[in-house]
Ligand binder design. Structure first.
Ligand code: MN
Length: 609
């Protein structure tokens, strides 16, 4: 890169001029810089400290003369050659440039063949001068020019300020309008009645636009008519129904677009006369027509809004915008109202289908109950069969032994069976035992039939009681279907003097515990053993373990209420266990529970003495 012949700053607002200056100077080996505006040029001059400044006089904002004065007031720029570039070729302008501080002047348009030479001359120190005699006059002229320019700038500033104030007022009014609109849209949210909705829109628009009357029509739910209302002189009135095939709706139906139609455009449109006919405007007036169209389906026509006001008050763009905003809101409100109505219908439809569902569910439950009853009947049938079988043996014994006894007491001449007298005590013993078995079975049946006698203690065979009661529990459904009971009754001593119902209740509670876990136990074991006057009963299940901290309180009343498992959905000790503990304490017995295998094991100990 060759060393530059000098650094030149050109302050020029015209881009084309600048390109020419740049080309000529760059070709001649100068370093060039450009500022398109006076104050920016001044700033660049301070930073660049150029070897020469070319200054256009006719600049926007501060003129070239003013910039020249400003540059000259900077000490570091006081001696930089400053050359005016101007089309103003009159002598007074040249003199003004010199008075303002320029070293000289190059006329526009630039002469490309002489330009570099002209610039070089000023670089080398050329300094044009004003005629001494004229200097005072030129200075005065320059001052006057500056003052005039300042005045014009002041006027511009005042003008700009006025426009700013106007713009601000417009903005404020717009802001007010928007907050009114916002308020209106909030209040419209809950409005489902198209008529009430339209009335509110009209009541907002009439004062905001100074309307003489405002009308609104909306499609009737049948789709055959438009219902309308009008606000005029503060009073709302319903309008006659307008058939969809009346001229104005028909025209609107056939046309797309939802923007307001107003002023001359409306006056000369095909909508004008049909509008006159139905009285939504009256000549002469300024009118505005806004169709309501579905926002998601512009082909769907919902109705329209018609506004009218004095002939000498044409609608301003701002007002047109206001109308568009209101009608948009109105449309949204109408759509919402329709949506809400259809939602209500859907929710009613849902409600009735839910009712149908509910009745179907009830039917299902009835069927299930009936099925359950059938099963119950089957189980009961088995129960009776079991009882009949159990009765078979004692009844057979009764028959056989009564025959033995009958033989004993028959006459010696009788050719029937001869029985030895020594057999009598045994036969009587067998009879008694058989009667006892039948008696206990009958008692059990009577108890279960609900005609239980008051709790009187009696001698109970605990094994018989357990087996018998389990059959009842199965029949009653306390023992869930599918649960297998595995017995291991091995107690030799099992006769206990007590109240039958106590032990029946004990068993049913233990079974409820064993089968009451979240995962039903598929099997429960019932084991018994006896040792030195102690009867031991175990009930074990596979219904899942219980939190160890809850096992301790399993036989204490009310612990279930504050147990953490209730929250966690885990298995809890059976609710009947505390009652078991109470029954046992009446018989000097005790109970314990522990986790065992896949479930729990409850152990009871009873003293038989
Ligand atoms: Mn210019």
């Amino acid at each position: 890169m060759t060393p530059s012949r000098g650094r030149i700053l050109c302050i020029e607002d015209n881009h084309v001029n600048w390109r020419l200056v740049e080309r000529l100077l760059a070709q001649a080996g100068f370093e060039t810089h450009w500022a398109p505006e006076g104050l920016q040029g001044f700033q660049m001059a301070r930073e660049l400290l150029p070897d020469l400044i070319l200054l256009d006089i006719n600049l926007p904002g501060l003129s070239g003369f003013e910039i020249a004065t400003k540059i000259r007031q900077q000490p570091e720029l006081a001696t930089v050659p400053l050359v005016a570039l101007t089309a103003k070729t009159q002598r007074s302008d040249r003199e003004t440039a010199l008075v303002a501080g320029c070293s000289g002047f190059i006329p526009k348009p630039i002469d490309p063949f002489r330009f570099v030479e002209q610039v070089s001359a000023y670089l080398e120190g050329r300094q044009d001068r004003v005629d001494q005699a004229r200097e005072g006059q030129v200075l005065r002229q320059f001052n006057q020019q500056v003052v005039e320019h300042l005045e014009s700038q002041l006027r511009d500033a005042q003008d700009a300020n006025r426009k700013l104030v106007e713009a601000q007022e417009a903005l404020e009014s717009r802001n007010r309008t928007l907050s009114d609109l916002l308020e209106l849209s909030r209040s419209l949210l809950g409005e489902r009645e198209p008529r009430a909705l339209l009335e509110r829109i009209l009541k907002a628009l009439v004062p905001a636009l100074g309307l003489t009357q405002a009308s609104a029509y909306h499609m009737d739910s049948s789709g055959g008519f438009l219902e309308g209302l009008r606000l005029s002189r503060g009073a709302v009135a319903a309008l006659p129904l307008l058939p969809v095939d009346a001229p104005l709706p028909r025209l609107l139906l056939g046309q797309e677009g939802s923007g307001p139609l107003l002023g001359e455009q409306l006056h000369h449109s095909r909508f004008w006369d049909p509008g006159l006919e139905i009285g939504i405007w009256a000549a002469p007036c300024q009118a505005c027509l806004v169709p309501f169209r579905d926002r998601s389906d512009p082909g769907t026509f919902w109705g329209f809004l018609a506004l009218a006001r004095a002939h000498d008050r044409p609608f301003l763009p701002r007002e047109e915008e206001l109308v568009a905003l209101h009608s948009g809101m109105c449309q949204a409100g109408l759509e919402n109202a329709t949506l809400i109505v259809s939602l209500n219908e859907s929710s009613r439809a849902l409600g009735s289908s839910y009712e149908r569902l509910e009745s179907a569910y009830l039917d299902l439950q009835t069927t299930r109950t009936a099925l359950g009853q059938k099963e119950r009947q089957a189980v009961l049938g088995e129960l009776f069969l079991g009882m009949a079988k159990r009765l078979e043996r004692p009844v057979f014994t009764l028959q056989r032994e009564s025959a033995v006894l009958a033989g004993l007491f028959s006459s010696p001449q009788d050719p029937g069976p001869r029985v030895c007298r020594e057999e009598a005590p045994r036969a009587i013993q067998e009879l008694r035992s058989a009667c006892g078995q039948i008696d206990s079975l009958l008692k059990a049946l009577i108890r279960r039939s609900g005609r239980e006698s008051p709790a009187t203690p009696e001698w109970l065979d605990l094994h018989d009681l357990l087996l018998q009661e389990m059959e009842f529990l199965e029949a009653e459904g306390v023992l869930p279907e599918g649960v297998e009971v595995k017995w291991a009754l091995e107690a030799g001593d099992r006769l206990l003097h007590g109240v039958y119902g106590d032990f029946a209740g004990l068993l049913s509670r233990l079974v409820a515990h064993a089968t009451g876990g979240p995962q039903p136990s598929p099997v429960i074991w019932i084991r018994s053993s006896s040792d030195g006057g102690l009867f031991r009963l175990e009930i074990q299940d596979e219904g899942g373990p219980i939190l160890p901290e809850s096992l301790g309180g399993a036989f204490e009343p009310f612990t279930g209420l504050r147990s953490p498992e209730a929250v966690l959905g885990l298995r809890r000790p059976g609710e009947g266990l505390p009652a078991c503990a109470q029954i046992l304490s009446a018989y000097q017995g005790r109970a314990s529970i522990r986790n065992e295998g896949d479930g729990t094991l409850v152990e009871l100990q009873l003293s038989l003495r």
